[in-house]
Design a protein around this ligand. Sequence first.
Ligand code: HH2
Length: 289
Amino acid sequence: MSRPLPRIMGIINVTPDSFSDGGFFLDPDVALRHAEQLVADGADLLDVGGESTRPGAPAVPVEDELARVIPVIRRLAARGRVPVSIDTSKAEVARQAIDAGASLVNDITALQGDPQMAAVVARANVPVVLMHMRGTPQTMQRRPRYRDVVQDVRAFLREAIRRAERAGISPGRILIDPGLGFGKTVEHNLALLHHLDALAKLGKPVVIGPSRKSFIGRVLNVEVEERLAGTLACVAYAIQHGASMVRVHDVKPVKQLLTMWDALEHVGQARRQRRSRRHRAASPAGRAS
Ligand code: HH2
């Protein structure tokens, strides 16, 4: 049996300071045009965020975050082309985003950033992405250390799943994410991608967000605008090792990558089926029937 094609979560940063596209989509009309393009390019859902989480980014007051994301979410949801996700760790932003039509919460703090967040998600009965992060965006890149990064992130996510389920969030509505770039060195990020299967074994869909991140820049020695090939390599590797959803800026090339990957998977599957039919027909039991 082949796996379902991984989903593409297109990124809409309604922020002045995101690390790769800060200030591009702060105007709601521009954000909406960009969203239309991402849907045309193949996005399965759109992740709208109003607060940058790049290392050292300043915290954004709740009113400012609401003013950025709610008008965009309301108009996107009214168009109803694809589901909309809200990228926030504030319960009030999540609550108002859901009222405006968002149908998934992407929380980089795995419900730990705001004590009300779990209740908001549970009450609305929407899916939630629980992401691993060490510290906060302000502190996370200060010498991140782990005993064993894969085991430590796995244990964190297992506990986050337990917490979410205890808070009344339906087990079928939980997704997990190792949080590439969030309190990790280059080696930590590479190890997490290499051992992604260990996270997939937790039994929840795995989301992965490598898009344009600095560990790619460090491996390839390239600036942010030259990280597409590195991002595509990470996406290909991740889906081969169990990722169910990829969060990316460059939807069109990722859609092409997934379509090609799917074609290759199907050829392999069809050949295996033909071989096992031939094998059955050639065996004594097969000939007798
Ligand atoms: N990465 C970013 C933001 N949100 N959410 C999940 N689940 N996984 C991620 O890896 C992830 C995330 C950072 O990327 P971006 O939104 O492009 O940058 P910024 O936070 O500067 O807006």
